[in-house]
Design a protein around this ligand. Structure first.
Ligand code: ZN
Length: 681
């Protein structure tokens, strides 16, 4: 695929999509069928989606200049085409009228569901609004996007610009010499008066060590203020931006027919409405309360011992300093001791074997080649974009049916996007009725450390976790099949999308699973039982404070998006946050400004009124894991149920039904609560 070919393909796909839309817009009343309305609407633009997926993918994995330039052109043409909104109002009318036609009631359940899904997504895109409402909606969206950028810039600038200049070394008593030299160097650059000066900031001379080592409480207090006050100072105060964003989001939701923004966000998710999400978070907070209270009491006791007096609250700038003088609270199992047992090839092979066995699949590696321009591949050899890339086919172990194929490109290299992710390249539709259908195609990407000459190629525990997590997404992408291609993807309700990945990452903590892929690079021995057991115990020591912090952020996110007018509009945001989260705040002598002031996830990115999804999918995954723990983590009949009830179904039925079918009951938070409670002091 050359950049020029990509542009040609994009233009052809746009022309094709235009013709498809034209055809739907001219469907005469009385001649409408599912195929020439709803299905045609779905198919229009599928080829465009595919070609832009390919280009986007190659751009993120290669970062080549010619591809980057071409990608900008292609994306600009694709965006311009979408902005045309060709026949949008007319098509919305055709589809809405068709939805009321008598034939809709005769459709299969999957098709009826698709009709409803399409209408709701059209509603949320504003296609049923009056022209005046559409103009207002566009203006709100434009302003929201500008506000999001400004919010992010304010947070970044505030962090970059905070600094503290110290004039007397006595104020920095206790600081290590290396740090002092760094601070002095920074001080010289900033103060031009020739007087001694030591600089502290959040980038080059970090404030964090001051909180740990400095014996002067006042200096620690100033640094604590610096690390927590981003988004509060006059130049970069994010409060007015937050309030405007909340106000506009509320207006947008009302225009589209929702009571509030949280309802709008939850409407196409498992939760259905904001209140249900809030009920879930409140319930989790209540159930976690005993563990949280025990944790707070134990912490206060430790700090009291360190100070030699009874404390009922603690200065936030003393916490790190006191911790330094106290014995570690939790057993400190060093997770890196398992690295020598994680040889990359053995782990990948083990990963495939575990899931092939559990899901009754045949996963086979295919020969690959990375060609130079002008060369063509031999038959049966898969072309890739880089020699590191491997390719696998996934077949049903019983019928031999080809369900999908995926590329695996997991080593870091220059110009590749960072982190790990899975991307569907082509949505397949492998029919369940024995006809051929079309297999899925996807890519699993990561940035693991490449091999070093003369050294064994090992993974660390974080990389192991990422690999199993992403493979959960991959199995979800490979196995969907059913009546409609639109339902065969892993694009399920967004608060369910992380469930298979969070479930499948659990296997890296299970001794029985570890035994199948760990192998010491020098001795060839599997991970010894005592290390496997210690590793399994480590999972139980998930810090309760992180759990509560996430629940608090989710609660605040929902409350603000549901109750902007009655709770937030005319009051300081920190006061509102304290009121909402009061019982869950650690007893500090002074509370830091609310986290919402810097929370780009919910203010500027896609997690508005949706932070709860992290805990929700974690809960579902922990609950689903109880079945595997009970029946065996390598038990193929449990795996077969997981495949049948969840992975195969894509979005053809509601996710809540999928999880109910797998569990044989309603989902329950007990397993997750236990995970956070069992190792609390
Ligand atoms: Zn994920």
């Amino acid at each position: 695929m050359t950049p020029e070919q990509a542009l040609t393909d994009t233009r052809a796909a746009i022309d094709e999509a235009r013709a498809q839309l034209e055809a739907i817009a001219t469907v005469a009343p009385g001649t409408a069928t599912f195929e020439n309305t709803f299905l045609a609407w779905y198919e229009a633009g599928q080829n465009l989606k595919q070609v832009t997926n390919y280009v986007f993918h190659l751009h993120t994995v290669l970062g080549k200049k010619d591809m980057q330039q071409m990608m900008s052109r292609i994306m600009a043409e694709a965006t311009a085409y979408k902005a045309e909104g060709l026949h949008a109002t007319r098509i919305a009318q055709v589809l809405r009228e068709s939805a009321n036609a008598p034939w809709v009631k005769e459709l299969s359940p999957a098709r009826q569901r698709f009709v409803q899904q399409t209408l709701q997504s059209m509603n949320d895109s504003g296609l049923f609004l009056t022209p005046e409402q559409q103009t207002r909606k566009a203006a709100i969206e434009k302003e929201l996007s500008q506000l999001g950028f400004r919010f992010t810039a304010y947070v970044q600038n505030a962090r970059h610009q905070w600094q503290l200049l110290i004039r007397t070394p006595a104020e920095l008593a206790g600081m290590p010499r290396g740090w002092m030299q760094m601070a002095e160097g920074g001080g010289k650059q900033v103060s031009n008066d020739g007087q001694p000066a030591w600089l502290i900031n959040l980038t080059t001379v970090p404030a964090a060590p001051v909180l740990r080592y400095c014996t002067v409480a006042e200096t620690r207090r100033k640094c604590w203020l610096g690390t927590t006050s981003a988004g509060t100072d006059r130049a970069y105060d994010t409060e007015p931006i937050i309030k405007r964003i909340l106000e506009l989001r509320h207006e947008l939701a009302t225009i589209l027919g929702y009571a509030n923004f949280a309802d709008m966000q939850a409407s196409r998710r498992m939760m259905g409405c904001g209140q249900k999400a809030l009920d879930f978070i409140n319930d989790m907070l209540q159930k976690s309360k005993p563990a949280w209270d025990a944790y707070v009491a134990a912490e206060l006791k430790r700090f009291s011992q360190a100070c030699g007096k009874e404390l009922t609250e603690v200065n936030p700038w003393d916490v790190e300093y006191l911790n330094r003088h106290l014995p570690p609270e939790r057993s400190s199992f060093n997770i890196n001791v398992i690295t020598p047992y994680l040889q990359i090839d053995k782990v990948v092979e083990g990963l495939m074997n575990i899931w092939a066995g559990l899901l009754n699949l045949h996963i086979q590696e295919l020969p690959t080649v990375c060609l130079k321009p002008g060369e063509s591949p031999k038959p049966g050899v898969v072309e890739t974009w880089h020699p590191d890339v491997r390719c696998f086919s996934v077949k049903d172990a019983v019928t031999g049916k080809h369900l999908g194929s995926f590329y695996m490109d997991i080593l870091a290299r220059p110009h590749k996007r960072t982190q790990a992710w899975c991307l569907p390249l082509r949505d397949g539709n492998p029919k369940s009725d024995g006809s051929l259908g079309e297999p899925h195609l996807a890519a699993l990407m990561a940035n693991f450390t490449p091999p070093q000459p003369g050294k064994p190629h090992l993974l660390n525990h974080g990389e192991l976790y990422m690999l199993f997590h992403e493979f959960g997404h991959m199995m979800h992408m490979m196995l969907g099949h059913g009546e409609l291609r639109a339902h065969c993807t892993a694009e399920v309700e967004r608060d369910f999308a992380e469930m298979p990945s969070q479930l499948q990452e659990s296997w890296i903590w299970e001794p029985e699973a570890l035994a199948t892929f760990t192998c010491h690079y020098a001795t060839g021995e599997p991970l010894p039982d005592h290390l496997a057991q210690q590793l399994a115990n480590t999972r139980g020591t998930n810090p309760i404070e992180m759990h509560i912090r996430m629940l608090c952020a989710s609660k605040l996110d929902l409350e603000l998006h549901m109750h902007y007018h009655d709770k937030c509009k005319d009051r300081p945001i920190d006061e509102v946050a304290q009121e909402i989260l009061g019982p869950w705040l650690f007893p500090y002598t002074e509370q830091p400004p609310s986290e919402i002031r810097t929370l780009t996830y919910t203010m500027a990115e896609g997690y508005a009124a949706a932070l709860y999804t992290y805990k929700w999918s974690e809960m579902l995954a922990a609950d689903a894991m109880t079945r595997f723990k009970k029946e065996g983590v390598l038990n193929p009949s449990t795996g077969a149920d997981y495949r049948r009830c969840i992975l195969e179904r894509g979005s053809s039925i509601p996710a809540m039904q999928q999880i109910r079918d797998f569990l044989g009951r309603e989902p329950d938070s007990a397993a997750l609560i236990e995970r956070y409670s069992q190792h609390t002091p």
